[in-house]
Design a protein around this ligand. Structure first.
Ligand code: NAD
Length: 490
């Protein structure tokens, strides 16, 4: 039995004895076997996290000391970067170079929250009254359930685990069943960094079995979920009866708006990055290109010319630009999504195929450009989550903003122009959680990340990302207690 669940400070197997084989999506090769938890394992993990929280030692540990532990984790991640990056690439099929960048980003998140811990213990309030002291203090929420996706497996985990520990919570993590290996390695790092038993717990397995108890349990105080809209709705509904805190980081359908005076080469190059980096498996992918009609033909011709040259391949192959999708089922979904777009009237300019030859054993899908799209098409409104970009045109600034906001999602958007006033006006009117001006994709651990509308609620990263894991308590003290006289004195 693999013993890959980490519960109450011990590595254990699933009680029902289930296991799952993990395969690399680039070529189908087996990369490991892990335990497959069921509800019983998750309930044991919740009980351990509850005991550790209620015992009070971790919440009472000075915040700076909790922060120091996170800084040790950041250092260990960099020391073990090759091991982590290799595990991430084998699980996801993404290029090793990208996985290495991810590990740098993950270490940066631990470092950011390690440094932030204890810097803001609350505030003193001016009560406007004599002989009263009033203050608002920050406390941990309690036991946190965390459920994460497969596209950036450890990065999404880090954005939850680091602030939760900084704030003094305990947690149960359930990463995607498809990409478990870096979460296992992280628990090893946390253990070696000195995390007390029960404070951090890991269960692996399918969402409906191993994940669902985290939403439902009365012993979990907060659930933080990153993943798709449909799952987010199920989790929010399951969490409602216990009225726990719910944070949702869901999908996006992110407009990348290019005005006629944009730096042409930079805008084309970044449009490629926006849509096709990591095969478009990015919640903030610029999958909706909105280009001024006067430059449409030249822009799309150049985009298509370069998209056709993108080289797909395995994570350790040289000269590869991008990797596979995560599974056969996922590739079928992307295929159906593109077909629906073409049926609705979109014009396929490139892609829409599965590469053959030596790539046939992986779940590759060629970079795809769908031209002549309009806002009403499902392919424009729904998140395809693959290497697919739709193209729409606009003529006026108002029209660009209207198209950019014509989505139920609201995660991220890009605006390209050399007119400083115009980009500021447009950025101010776009209803998205992140707006990039003359760039696409960068994020900062110190800046909040999250979505408007159906892209979710709450924010990760930044001071607010720590605040998600804190309760606020108002403590009011009367320095001269006295009889109020409100009620008869008898
Ligand atoms: P998914 O919703 O299928 O699964 C996410 C996680 O939820 C997995 O761990 C899964 O096992 C679990 N799960 C599934 N059903 C569950 C249930 N009933 N109860 C509890 N847990 C359950 O998403 P995915 O396919 O892994 O990831 C892709 C999605 O994630 C995309 O929509 C993408 O946009 C989104 N995403 C968003 C962000 C963001 O920051 N907003 C970041 C990364 C990914």
């Amino acid at each position: 039995m693999p013993k890959t669940l980490y519960i109450d400070g011990r590595w254990v197997s699933a009680v029902a004895g289930g296991t799952r084989d993990i395969h690399c999506p680039a070529d189908g090769r087996p990369v490991g076997t892990v335990d497959e938890a069921t509800a019983a394992d998750t309930e044991a993990a919740i009980a351990a996290a509850r005991r550790a929280f209620d015992a009070g030692d971790w919440p009472a540990t000075p915040a700076f000391e909790r922060g120091r532990l996170l800084l040790r984790v950041a250092d260990a991640l960099i020391e073990r970067k090759d091991e982590f990056a290799r595990a991430e690439s084998l699980d996801t099929g993404k290029r090793i170079y990208e996985s290495e960048l991810d590990i740098d980003d993950i270490a940066a998140s631990f470092r950011y929250f390690g440094t932030l811990a204890g810097h803001d213990a609350g505030r003193v309030v001016d009560p406007g009254l004599p002989d009263v002291v009033s203050r608002v203090v920050k406390e941990p929420v309690g036991v946190c359930g965390m459920i994460t996706p497969w596209n950036y497996p450890l990065l999404q985990v880090a954005w939850k685990v680091a602030p939760a520990l900084a704030a003094g919570n305990t947690f149960v993590l359930k990463p995607s069943e498809l990409t478990p290996h870096t979460a296992i390695l992280l628990m090893d790092v946390l253990e070696k960094a000195g995390l007390p038993a029960g404070v951090g717990n890991l269960v692996l397995g399918a969402g409906a079995d191993a994940g669902a108890p985290l939403s439902e349990s009365d012993d979990v105080d907060l659930i933080s979920f990153t993943g798709g809209l449909v799952t987010g709705r199920i989790i929010a509904a399951a969490a409602a009866p216990s009225v726990k805190k719910v944070a949702l980081e869901l999908g996006g359908k992110n407009p990348n708006i290019v005005f006629s005076d944009a730096d042409f080469d930079a805008a084309v190059d970044n449009a490629l990055n926006a849509a096709f980096v990591h095969s478009g498996l990015v919640c903030s992918a610029g999958a909706r290109l909105v280009v001024h009609e006067s430059i449409h033909d030249r822009f799309v011709d150049e985009l298509v010319r370069r998209a056709k040259q993108i080289r797909m391949g395995g994570p350790f192959d040289d000269d590869v630009d991008t990797g596979p999708l995560i599974s056969a089922e996922h590739r079928d979904k992307v295929t159906a999504y593109v077909k629906a777009g073409i049926d609705e009237g979109a014009v396929l300019r490139c892609g829409g195929t599965w590469p053959e030859g030596e790539l046939a054993s992986g779940y590759f899908y060629s970079p795809t450009v769908l031209d002549e799209c309009t806002s009403g098409m499902s392919v424009v409104q729904e998140e395809g989550f693959g290497p697919v970009v739709t193209v729409e045109t606009f003529t006026t600034e108002d029209e660009a903003v209207a198209i950019g906001n014509d989505t139920r999602y609201g995660l991220a958007a890009g605006v390209w122009s050399q007119d400083a006033g115009l980009v500021e006006r447009v950025a101010a009117r776009l209803r998205h959680g992140t707006v990039w001006i003359n760039d696409f994709h960068p994020y900062l651990p110190q800046a909040e990340w999250g979505g408007y509308g159906r892209s979710g609620n709450g924010r990760e990263l930044g001071p607010t990302g720590l605040g998600e894991y804190q309760e606020l308590k108002h403590i009011y003290q009367n320095l001269r207690p006295a009889v109020t006289g409100w009620f008869p004195q008898r």
